[in-house]
Design a protein around this ligand. Structure first.
Ligand code: HAM
Length: 433
């Protein structure tokens, strides 16, 4: 009987291998640097939460809650869901730990996996990764612009070209009236709309605006625009938001059809898109969610934030920057003979203690095969340890960047590797002088 192989990941899930992860780690580090400048601090919430947390915040009628959540019952019979996003969790944590005490606004960011059982497509995964940020405790449009500026400056630094689309989706006061207008128009044109749109006309009319089906487009174009139906406060807020965007010199396009796939948004909604992503062109999505905390049983608090698809950002990172993330080894220790192997181990220990990235071969291969391995590891220097070197305590150090070589003792090697540009090692101030 042949057994089915188990050596595959589940559909929509993947392993991230070391070569690829170098890009991810580079982005993660850049994110920490940039977000730190804006005084955002990291938060880590559990990957699983009570299903109700997501159902109530994201909305029962959304695709995410309706058909994409990984939900199961735990041993006690409680319904648990693998998080499809992190905003609900962050708001939960903010309320649970009374983070509103003390400071006026709380700025948090997160990075990590999210889970949605979506149809597989380029740029769409069932386990995907987001970098997100949430500001709790301010309803000022300027904080929205500051947060957008933060992600935009990260993308500029990574030389990723994008476009910012903005909209206002109104509030509990003006949106219901707009939705009634929409519903009436949608009923009139129902015969011309796709099945999804017909269903959404009843369950969640705003989502019709997001339909991508070609034959629906001429009809959707005729629908009223939400920006023409905002109440006075929402209009003021949207005007001020755009004023601050202009003051920050951030180009944007008002897109009245922009609605988000989650129900918690009020007023400002935005997306950052890239033409280089193909059909799944959204890189960042976000907006304001005042009132979400109360829906979850927490205190009234304003909220604004975004999440960026890290899998998608990695696809956009230009290869020309690769020297910034390609991992290198400072020193490969090639050895000939048992005694040389032991010396190599000892020297590697010494150099690593000094902060250098060292590697050596454990298969007792020929010098040629060891050099091949050194090459694969992107090595800058190779140290050759043979019988003569063992006896003299001076080793042949080859610099592969310019093919130069020199005979040096262990301490001299450390000094040499510390020379500016000789390795990735950065001596802490005061050290190595
Ligand atoms: P979202 O628009 O659902 O918003 O997701 C944000 C970003 O996550 C998308 O623009 C996309 O880049 C990425 N993304 C979503 N689904 C997938 C997938 N299946 N595969 C790969 N990437 C994906 C939210 O999640 C909100 N929590 C954003 C937010 C934070 N709003 C306020 N604060």
């Amino acid at each position: 009987m042949t057994q089915e192989t188990l050596l595959y990941t589940l559909p929509g899930m993947r392993d991230l291998l070391p070569d690829e992860l170098a890009r991810w780690q580079f982005i993660e580090q850049a994110t920490r640097d940039v977000f730190g400048r804006y005084a955002f601090r990291e938060i880590r919430t559990p990957l699983m939460e009570a299903t109700e947390l997501f159902a109530r915040s994201i909305g029962q009628e959304t695709d995410i809650v309706g058909k994409e959540m990984y939900t199961f019952r735990d041993q006690s019979g409680k319904s648990i869901t693998l998080r499809p996003e992190a905003t609900a969790s962050v708001v939960r944590a903010y309320a649970q730990h009374a983070m509103y005490r003390g400071s006026g606004t709380t700025k948090l960011y997160y990075m990590g996996p999210m889970f949605r059982h979506e149809k597989k497509q380029k740029g769409r995964w069932r386990q995907f990764y987001q970098i997100g940020a949430e500001v709790l405790g301010s309803d000022h449009p300027a904080i929205e612009v500051e947060t957008i500026e933060m992600v935009k400056s990260l993308l500029d630094m990574l030389e990723v070209k994008v476009q910012l689309l903005v909209n206002s989706v109104g509030c509990g006061r003006c949106r219901p009236q707009y939705i009634e207008l929409l519903r009436a128009d949608l009923q009139r044109m129902a015969d011309h709309l796709c099945e999804d749109c017909r269903r959404r006309s009843v369950t969640n009319p705003l989502r019709v605006l997001d339909c991508k089906v070609e034959s629906c487009q001429p009809y959707i174009e005729q629908l009223p625009r939400i920006t023409d139906h905002l109440c006075e406060e929402c209009t003021l807020h949207f005007n001020l938001f755009r004023k601050h965007l202009t003051m920050a010199a951030i180009p944007f396009e008002v897109t009245p059809r922009l609605v988000r796939g989650l129900d918690y948004y009020v007023r400002t909604a935005f997306e950052i898109v890239s033409v280089d992503l193909g059909a799944q062109n959204a890189l960042v999505g976000g907006g304001r969610y005042d009132g979400l905390s109360e829906v979850l049983g927490g205190p009234p608090v304003s909220g604004f934030g975004f999440a960026m698809g890290l899998d998608r950002l990695v696809m956009l990172l230009p290869d020309r920057l690769s020297s910034l993330w390609v991992e290198t080894t400072d020193l490969f220790l090639a050895h000939m003979g048992d005694q040389a192997f032991e010396r190599a181990l000892e020297l590697a220990r010494t150099f690593r203690r000094e902060g250098f990235r060292c590697s050596l071969d454990f298969a007792s291969g020929s010098l040629k095969s060891q050099l091949r391995l050194a090459n694969r590891l992107n090595t800058r220097h190779v140290l050759i340890i043979g019988e003569d070197e063992l006896a003299s305590g001076r080793y042949l150090l080859k610099d592969l960047s310019d093919s130069s070589q020199r005979q040096l003792g262990a301490e001299e090697i450390i000094q040499h590797l510390r020379l500016p540009g000789a390795s990735r090692h950065q001596a802490p101030s005061g050290e190595g002088a």
